[in-house]
Design a protein around this ligand. Structure first.
Ligand code: ZN
Length: 390
């Protein structure tokens, strides 16, 4: 039916229809790396990773994992692509920003262009206590690519409760930080390959190290700016640690909070000829005695209240998610068109957007809205109530 050359290739229906690229070609250099090998590559193909947030960190980590051949990715993001994202968010292009495409969906489409074999679940949603189990339960490991400690504490509660590993990562200015949070037990199927190694004991959790959000947390990428390189460094380390876990080598994972300042040399460097990069590493090898979360197993963020409004990082905007219910964009659009003070009304399958005075309202299909042009919750709420509906 085909030439000999084709007969040797993967003859599954999907491969015949779409692409002559074989896994043997695609992953040849990664399989050569002794830490991965053929067995590791097979494990990656069977793996499922969830990434919370699909901004700069999430896009970089998703891109690296998809290229590495992770079988299934769940990408969760509540936001849409804007022009100011293009400086660092490596999965998005100018058309995505023009169309205000939700980031999770834009990432799914771009990944499909370079690795169509990866299954990507794009979830346009805000991670909250009510949906966290549905969104994260089926993933083997969770990657933090959020921009706020509130969501990180929620992930930490869930991960500690479910004994699921997760990897904290953060970047601001030229600063990058990351830490592995490993639960008390690793799943049986992912025990270290070397049979004489015991599964490692639990590391510290996020609340062991940061019982309260760190004081530097008042700065956001809105006030301090951000270097794309700092985000990509944190994402690279985060994904490398995830690859160790997914190939059954959790005994190689770091048990520290590691941070870098990529711009300024280390202050302790007395010899001007050796400006060392400013790097710090503190132990997170063991839980802090008495930790409320991993010690006492009190999960206040998972019990979650008062999460109705969140001011987003990087913009003058407020998110409203009081009314989780599907929105009929066609009916909404017809109704909004009758308001004389509404401008630039447009919609597609995923979002509806309009301007009113200095504010831009972007409505998602699940009833969530992002109001740009204010940080005043009262203003945002009244716009939402008046135009979207109470
Ligand atoms: Zn803890």
């Amino acid at each position: 039916m085909r030439s000999n050359e084709h007969a040797k290739a993967d003859t599954s229906p999907a491969a015949e229809e779409s692409s002559p690229i074989t896994d043997a070609d695609r992953y040849s250099r990664q399989v050569l790396f002794a830490g991965i090998g053929a067995t590791g590559q097979q494990r990656l193909a069977a793996a499922h990773v969830a990434i919370v947030g699909c901004g700069a960190m999430g896009a970089a980590s998703a891109s690296l994992l998809a290229r590495a051949g992770i079988g299934t990715l769940t990408l969760i993001d509540r936001d849409f692509v804007e022009p100011s994202n293009l400086q660092r968010q490596v999965l998005f292009d100018e058309a995505d920003a023009r169309d205000s495409l939700p980031k999770a969906e834009a990432a799914r489409r771009h990944i499909a262009q370079f690795n169509s074999r990866v299954t990507v679940h794009a979830r346009i949603a805000d991670l909250v206590p009510g949906n966290i189990s549905e969104l994260l339960a089926s993933a083997q490991i969770l990657l933090d690519a959020t921009d706020n400690f509130e969501t990180r504490y929620l992930i930490n509660d869930f991960a500690v409760q479910q004994r699921k590993p997760w990897i904290y990562a953060a970047a601001i200015g030229a600063y990058a930080a990351t830490m592995n949070i490993l639960p008390q037990t690793v799943p049986q199927s992912l025990e270290p390959r070397t049979s004489n190694l015991e599964p490692a004991p639990a590391t510290a959790c996020l609340a062991c190290i940061f019982p309260k959000p760190p004081s530097g947390n008042v700065e956001t990428c809105d006030t301090a700016g951000i270097l794309s390189t700092a985000v990509n460094l944190a994402a690279s380390i985060q994904v490398t640690e995830a690859l160790k876990f997914l190939t059954g080598q959790s005994h190689l994972m770091r048990r520290t909070l590691l941070s870098f300042d990529l711009w300024n040399p280390a202050p302790a460097s007395s010899n001007p000829a050796s400006n060392y990069i400013d790097r710090s590493e503190i132990s997170a090898a063991a839980p802090r005695p008495g930790c409320e979360v991993c010690g006492q197993r009190i999960f206040t963020h998972l019990a979650g209240e008062n999460r109705a409004h969140i001011t987003l990082c990087g913009r003058d905007s407020v998110q409203i998610h009081e009314h989780h219910r599907p929105v009929d964009f066609a009916a909404m659009r017809a109704r909004l068109a009758t308001h004389a003070d509404i401008r630039d009304l447009r919609s597609n399958d995923l979002i509806l957007r309009f301007r009113r005075g200095p504010h831009t309202v972007t409505l998602f299909a699940d009833g969530r809205a992002i109001v740009q042009g204010t940080t005043d919750i009262t203003v945002a709420r009244s716009l939402y109530a008046r135009f979207v509906g109470a």
